[in-house]
Design a protein around this ligand. Sequence first.
Ligand code: KIV
Ligand code: NA
Length: 269
Amino acid sequence: MKRLTIPAIRQRKKDGVTTQPVVMLTAYTARQAQLLDAHCDLLLVGDSLGQVIYGLPSSVPVTLDMMAAHGAAVVRGSYHAAVVVDMPFGSYEASPQAAFESASRLLKETGCAAVKLEGGEAMAETVAFLTARGIPVMGHVGLTPQAVNVLGGYNARGRSEAEAAKIVGDAKALADAGAFAIVIEGVVEPIAIAITQAVPCPTIGIGASAQCDGQVLVTEDMLGMFERVPRFVKIYENIAETISGAAARYADEVRSRAFPGIEQTYQPK
Ligand code: KIV
Ligand code: NA
């Protein structure tokens, strides 16, 4: 199976129409990537790994080293989907040159096909700079979690007219700069629809709209790993119960000496 390419993803949307929606899920580990790969067009090594697997309070403390290690694992575990790695906070905002240094490191060390960064108009120059130098960029607008300290929380964006216009302008600026796709996160639905109609590249929604050109979820969220998830998450399976149930049965069997049984022990001939 040949890996999907970034131009192939970009071409899913032709003349404003997407007949085959783009399927994206997050992956942080090789085994997770193996299980998701065949079903997805894109695997995102999201900086959400900060909260999801490192227990950090936000994605702000996530480092380039963490993204490089998990990105490499996901590339090793996948064959079909194109792998996109998030640029962590602090690794790209200062200048296009700083962004290129960080992004090229991610491409070299992980084998990923593209990077994603947060922000709109302020990042447009950087998106153009990277794209012109061989690094495809996915944009991310609306609720941008790395900006939590400026936004003051994770509430849906675009409820005022001014904020809505700003987010649409951000998405257009990224598209003009050459972003191959744009994640739209946590915005009121009419904004997601307006952006999807306004930009030539695919939009990928999360807490956005079914009319986006694709969708993404954090895999652990949709697997029911957490007690509290945002309203935009649909829980497809309750893995937390499965895991804690298995741990409870194992603990019982260790305490009652029912495990290991004869099948799990080596006996002399
Ligand atoms: O970090 C992440 O998982 C993301 C997606 C939610 C889009 O950026
Ligand atoms: Na992210």
